[in-house]
Design a protein around this ligand. Structure first.
Ligand SMILES: Cc1ncc(COP(=O)(O)O)c(C=O)c1O
Length: 440
């Protein structure tokens, strides 16, 4: 018998976002395509791309080779120098992102990308305040967790200046209205908040174009264009956090492309390197880039900014999305996945709502379809719930699916096949019986 790495991990390493005593991690030894394997040789279908980040699937040869080649040449150099990898990734991102988004700051994760966006928005506008929404997650670091509206922000003192706005959540409209008669009140209300906070005091509105871990909330088509106009009319920057939704996840290169909206700043992570190596980017439009060309100091940086290994992996990942045609594939396979998930409503009284785009879907079970009573309240964010029980049952049956509070997040790698979609959905079909049994 070798060393028990689960036990050693439990002793020496913190588990994230959890009570430590409940952590009993599986030891994972390998992964290939849409599957990963544990130390006992059991296989799991990755139905959430880990944390919605392994967009290319596992074991991609080109990305692995790009990291190895870069490591042989140069693993690290201070960010005051540059490399072919950083230069080419910067140029490539300017090409694949919409409009005049053109200049990037490279860091290591989504939170860092948002921290940089906060600083840039404040430097550029000179305004202190920021607007974000309640059902949102923007990262664990100081400014990013302050932007975040979900219960993870309740456990630390926050940085001042963030005002939270109501969500665009049609299934449970915070205004009690119904689309399309609502006139998209949730967007209009953000104009009201900007006015009340004092136009000129608000640097930026931060939002996930489709909300990710807070429920896969897909806005109606009018929402993002309306917010773009509101921001333009009030002199406020629009920051799209595309950390989860970027790089084909929703069936477009970037989620904002669905609505032809160009944000002033876009933050990217996860799919940018398909998680092979930590990498993130904060990309800005030309007027913001130009602002820093003169006497305005770009007062931000990190030891690992523009890291050569990360930039090489990012470039290779983007080239793989192109070479394998994965953006179009996500749209095509997403239509199949969405249809299969919607069909679950026929057999399961617990399935209240199914929503998504591309390969980014949320299934929201409820105790009662009429009253929409949820299985868990926000206060139960870190407690075992009916949904976490369903996820662990699914894992036992060989399918990994991420659940957050009341939503199952179904987001397989963009390389997923129709057979794998069928396999994953059939396990969800089985475990939904757990929720059905709790229905009123
Ligand atoms: C939309 C969004 N923004 C930011 C983050 C934070 O990214 P990271 O965990 O890489 O810091 C996440 C993480 O899940 C996210 O989903």
């Amino acid at each position: 018998m070798g060393e028990d790495y689960a036990e050693t991990t439990r002793k020496y390493v913190f588990g994230t976002w959890r009570y430590q005593k409940t952590w009993n991690p599986k030891v994972i030894t390998g992964a290939e395509g849409a599957r990963f394997f544990d130390a006992d040789g059991k296989q799991y279908l990755d139905f959430s791309s880990q944390l919605v980040c392994s967009n290319l699937g596992h074991g991609n040869e080109k990305v692995k080779a790009s990291i190895a080649d870069q490591a042989k040449k140069l693993s690290y150099i201070a960010p005051g120098f540059t490399t072919e990898a950083a230069a080419r990734l910067g140029k490539k991102l300017a090409e694949v992102t919409p409009g005049d988004l053109c200049k990037s700051y490279f860091s290591l994760g989504g939170a860092e990308a948002n921290e940089a966006a906060v600083k840039i928005a404040r430097f550029y506008t000179g305004a202190p305040k920021l607007i974000a929404r309640f059902r949102s997650y923007h990262g664990a670091t100081s400014a990013a967790i302050s932007l975040t509206g979900d219960p993870r922000r309740h456990y630390a003192p926050l940085t001042p200046g963030v005002v939270h706005a109501p969500d665009c959540y049609c299934y449970r409209c915070p205004f009690g209205l119904e689309y399309p008669g609502c006139g998209i009140r949730c967007a209009e209300y953000i104009r009201e908040i900007i006015e009340m906070e004092g136009a000129g005091n608000v640097a930026a509105v931060f939002l996930e174009p489709i909300v990710g871990s807070n429920g896969i909330l897909v806005p109606p088509d009018e929402y993002m264009p309306m917010l773009r106009s509101i921001c333009d009319e009030t002199g406020t920057l629009l920051v799209a956090d595309e950390v989860m939704t970027g790089f084909g996840r929703t069936g477009e290169w970037f989620c904002v492309n669905h609505w032809g909206v160009v944000p002033d700043i876009m933050t990217l992570a996860k799919g940018i390197s398909s998680a092979y190596i930590p990498l993130s980017a904060t990309i800005v439009r030309k007027p913001i880039a130009d602002h820093f060309e003169g006497d305005n100091l770009f007062c931000h940086g990190q030891t690992y900014a523009n890291h050569p290994l990360a930039c090489a992996a990012g470039l290779a990942a983007i080239e793989e999305y192109e070479r394998l045609g994965l953006i179009i594939r996500a749209e095509k396979m997403g239509a199949i996945l969405g249809k299969r998930l919607r069909e679950l409503m026929d057999d399961h009284p617990s399935v209240g709502n199914v929503r998504g785009k591309g390969l980014f879907w949320g299934v929201e079970p409820v105790k009662d379809r009429e009253t929409k009573e949820p299985f868990a309240t926000r206060r139960q964010r870190f407690q075992p719930t009916v949904l976490s029980k369903m996820a662990s049952e699914a894992l036992g049956r060989g399918v990994y699916v991420m659940t957050v509070l009341n939503t199952m997040i179904v987001a397989p790698p963009l390389i997923v096949t129709e057979e794998e979609i069928d396999e994953g959905v059939s396990v969800l079909d089985e475990v939904l019986r757990i929720a059905d049994a709790e229905c009123k």
